[in-house]
Design a protein around this ligand. Structure first.
Ligand code: SF4
Length: 395
C-alpha cells in the first residue's frame, strides 16, 4: 500500500473526529519549511531567489516542534529548500516521530547517502524523493545533469536500509504521457512505496515561466497518463478523489487551510504555494486570514492551480461526505473519458497583488535588528531584488 493501513486508519479517524466536532477548517498536513536554502536551482521554483541573509535563516528544532504542537495535524511534510542542509534535521524528525506524526522528509536526494545513517526506519517516517520524471525530464527540471542518477541511487539505498520511500513528481507542460507512464512503471518496479504527483504551480519568482500547465492542459495530461496506467497498479499517496480531480472529473474549490505552511517568515498566507503574507501563530493564520480572497475563481494567481496544497483536503472532505463516491473511484480508477466537470468561472477573480519586496524587506529588518553586523550585506543584496512589477514595467 502507498499509505500503510495504520496510517490510513489514524488519519481517517482524525478527519472523522474533526467533522464530528463540527470544525469547518482543520489542518490535515503540516507543511514545514525549516530553511529556504537549496543545493539546486530548479527552473520551476523561485524559493532560492531570496537574499543570502534570508537563505541563511533556520527554524530551530524547538520552533519546528512548537509549530507542530500549534497545528496538531497528523501528517507533517518537511520541505524547503533542501531539508538535509539543516544540521538539526535528524532531531526535528526524531521529535516529530516521538509525537507519532507521520513524517515525509522531502529531499532531492543529493545528500542522502551522506546523511542516511542519522535516520532510522520507522512506520512513522518516509523519505520523499523529488523526481520529476525520467532522466531527461528530471535533469531538465532541476537544470543539472546527473541529479536523476543520484536520486535513483538514493532511493535504492534507502530501500536497502528498510526505509519507506515515496517520490514527489511535479509535471510541466512538456510532459509526455507515455514517458510519464513508463517512469511510473520504473519507480514501481524499484519498490517505491508511493507516488505523489501534481502539476507545477506558477511561482512568480520561478526563472522559467513558460512551462506551467493551465487547468485544461493539466486535466488532459492526467487523463492521458491515467489511461495508460489502467491495470498497472501504480500506488499513489494521494486520495483517489484528488486524482479524479486532476483528471477533470471533480469541480473542487480550494481549501488551503488543509495544508498550512510554517516557514522562516512565519505561518504563510494562504498556502504552501502562495506567500501573500504571514501570521505569527497558527491560530492567527486560521482565524484572521480572509480565506475567501483565495482559490481558483477568487484570485488571479490561483487561476491555474490544481495542486494538492489546496485541493487534496477538499478531496478528503468529499470522501467523508460521499463515501460511496470514493469507493467507486478507488475501485475503477480516475475517469479518463467523457465530459469533464464544469470549470470554475474566473470572470470575477480579483487581480494579482505583489508583495514580495515588502515581505523580504520586513524579514531583513527583523534579521538586522537582532544582528546589526549584517546590515551592509543585506542592503547591498536587496537592491538587486527585482519585483514582478518592476520586471513587468521593464518589459
Ligand atoms: S488555489 Fe489554493 S492552493 Fe492554489 S495557489 Fe490558490 S490558495 Fe494556494
Amino acid at each position: 500500500m502507498a499509505v500503510p493501513l495504520m496510517q490510513a486508519v489514524r488519519v481517517g479517524s482524525y478527519v472523522v473526529k474533526q467533522h464530528l466536532k463540527g470544525r469547518k477548517k482543520y489542518p490535515l498536513v503540516l507543511m514545514l519549511e525549516p530553511l529556504l536554502r537549496c543545493n539546486l536551482a530548479c527552473s520551476g521554483c523561485g524559493k532560492i531567489d531570496y537574499p543570502a541573509d534570508i537563505l541563511n535563516q533556520r527554524l530551530s528544532v524547538q520552533e519546528c516542534l512548537d509549530a507542530d504542537a500549534e497545528c496538531g495535524a497528523p501528517v507533517v511534510a518537511v520541505a524547503g529548500g533542501e531539508p538535509l542542509l539543516h544540521k538539526d534535521m535528524p532531531k526535528i524528525i526524531q521529535g516529530l516521530i516521538a509525537r507519532k506524526r507521520y513524517v515525509y522528509l522531502c529531499t532531492n536526494g543529493l545528500l542522502l547517502e551522506k546523511k542516511i545513517d542519522d535516520y532510522k526506519p520507522s512506520p512513522f517516517f518516509s523519505w520523499d524523493i523529488h523526481l520529476d520524471g525520467d532522466q531527461l525530464m528530471h535533469d531538465a527540471s532541476v537544470c543539472q545533469e546527473g541529479v536523476y542518477d543520484r536520486a535513483i541511487a538514493a532511493i535504492k539505498l534507502a530501500k536497502s536500509k528498510g526505509f519507506r520511500v515515496s517520490i514527489n513528481c511535479t509535471l510541466f507542460d512538456n510532459a509526455e504521457p507515455k514517458r510519464v507512464a513508463e517512469f511510473f512503471d520504473t519507480v514501481m518496479e524499484m519498490g517505491v512505496d508511493g507516488i505523489m504527483t501534481a502539476p507545477g504551480y506558477a511561482y512568480e519568482r520561478a526563472p522559467d515561466q513558460e512551462h506551467f500547465l493551465n487547468r485544461q492542459k493539466t486535466k488532459q495530461l492526467f487523463r492521458d497518463i491515467f489511461r495508460l496506467g489502467k491495470g498497472h497498479k501504480w500506488r499513489f499517496t494521494q486520495s483517489p478523489l484528488f486524482l479524479n480531480f486532476l483528471a477533470g472529473n471533480e469541480q473542487y474549490h480550494c481549501t488551503p487551510w488543509g495544508k498550512p505552511l510554517k516557514t522562516v517568515f512565519g505561518w504563510q498566507r494562504p498556502c504552501y504555494l502562495l506567500g501573500e503574507g504571514y501570521a505569527s501563530s497558527f491560530e492567527e493564520l486560521m482565524n484572521d486570514t480572509q480565506w475567501d480572497l483565495y482559490g481558483t475563481g477568487n484570485y488571479e494567481k490561483c487561476a491555474d492551480c490544481m495542486v494538492h496544497s489546496g485541493y487534496e483536503s477538499t478531496a478528503v472532505k468529499d470522501a467523508i461526505q460521499r463515501p460511496w463516491h470514493i469507493a467507486k473511484v478507488a475501485l475503477t480508477g480516475p475517469q479518463v473519458d467523457g465530459p469533464m466537470a464544469p470549470e470554475i468561472d474566473l470572470s470575477r477573480q480579483r487581480p494579482a497583488e505583489y508583495g514580495y519586496t515588502q515581505q523580504v524587506e520586513g524579514l531583513l529588518a527583523k534579521i538586522q535588528s537582532t544582528s546589526p553586523s549584517k546590515r551592509s550585506t543585506t542592503i547591498r543584496r536587496i537592491k538587486t531584488v527585482k519585483t514582478t512589477e518592476q520586471v513587468k514595467e521593464a518589459s
